[in-house]
Ligand binder design. Structure first.
Ligand code: GTP
Length: 237
């Protein structure tokens, strides 16, 4: 088995990814596929923290006159539903997991405690971080950056629907150019759609590399972890 280039990672999965082509709710084949890939990482002795979005269930409705905090709280709850779905898929394959939530709901999952999270990781358990940062006005990208900093992850693996970062939308422009490597400042200055600026800044300030890659191609998570040149790496240049 190939060796991992990283010891401890945070894998960020968007909520939309869990919906597959349905666009809403769950595509259980996708859930299974992600779980299988995470299982491969555990087999490679990689410590995995998972952060999941909530967009397959709820997207911010602030533009429609909704209070931002309320909309964000609803989004945080959506990530908890997704975390439980991922936990179920992983445990169904014999992968040990713990869900930790940023908002206490201890009848359902453990509260987030950094030291416990690290202990779980050391024991080979996948820790699924749910409920975002627990605060409105922050995204699950920022959650990934924050948890990666806290657990001292070597990299954030940002699984997307596109296979890297482009200078313009590759779905709209056939001449869109893919970047192999970018600095945090380039992402911020050019307004590239990698992570939001809060998340990117947090990664920059804490020197956490971000590897952006496409989830669609099977085995890509393993490829990313093996140090194969896929996607786009955002780091200190
Ligand atoms: P170790 O002490 O490292 O063995 O970790 P552990 O997670 O196995 O120990 P613990 O006895 O704390 O947890 C056993 C089970 O209870 C695990 O599935 C935890 O996720 C779960 N658990 C622990 N604390 C809570 C909690 O506050 N709420 C809920 N819902 N489950 C919890």
């Amino acid at each position: 088995m190939k060796k991992s280039a990283y010891k401890r990672v945070v894998l960020k999965i968007s909520g939309e990814a869990l919906a597959g082509k349905k666009g809403f709710g769950f595509d259980f084949d996708v859930l299974k596929k992600i779980a299988l890939e995470v299982k491969d990482l555990i087999a490679m002795e990689v410590e995995v923290g998972l952060v999941v979005g909530g967009g397959n269930i709820w997207r911010g409705r602030t533009g429609e006159g909704m209070d931002r905090s309320t909309a964000d709280h609803m989004g945080m709850l959506a990530t908890c539903i997704n975390a439980l779905a991922l936990q179920d898929a992983l445990e169904g394959m014999g992968v040990m997991t713990r869900v930790q939530t940023a908002i206490e709901m201890k009848e359902i999952a453990e509260p987030f405690i950094k030291r416990r999270a690290v202990r779980h990781l050391e024991k080979g358990r996948v820790v699924i971080f749910a409920a975002g940062t627990g605060n409105p006005y922050f995204s699950t990208d920022t959650t990934a950056a924050l948890r990666a900093a806290e657990i001292e992850a070597d990299v954030i693996l940002l699984a997307k629907n596109v296979d890297g970062v482009y200078d313009k939308d590759p779905n709209k422009y056939s001449d869109a150019k893919k970047y192999d490597k970018l600095s945090y400042i380039e992402v911020l200055e050019q307004g590239l759609q990698v992570m939001d600026s809060t998340a990117t800044s947090l990664c920059m300030d804490n020197s956490i590399p971000i590897l952006v890659f496409g989830l669609e191609t099977e085995g890509n998570i393993k490829r990313a972890i093996s140090g194969e040149k896929i996607g786009t790496l955002v780091c200190k240049k």
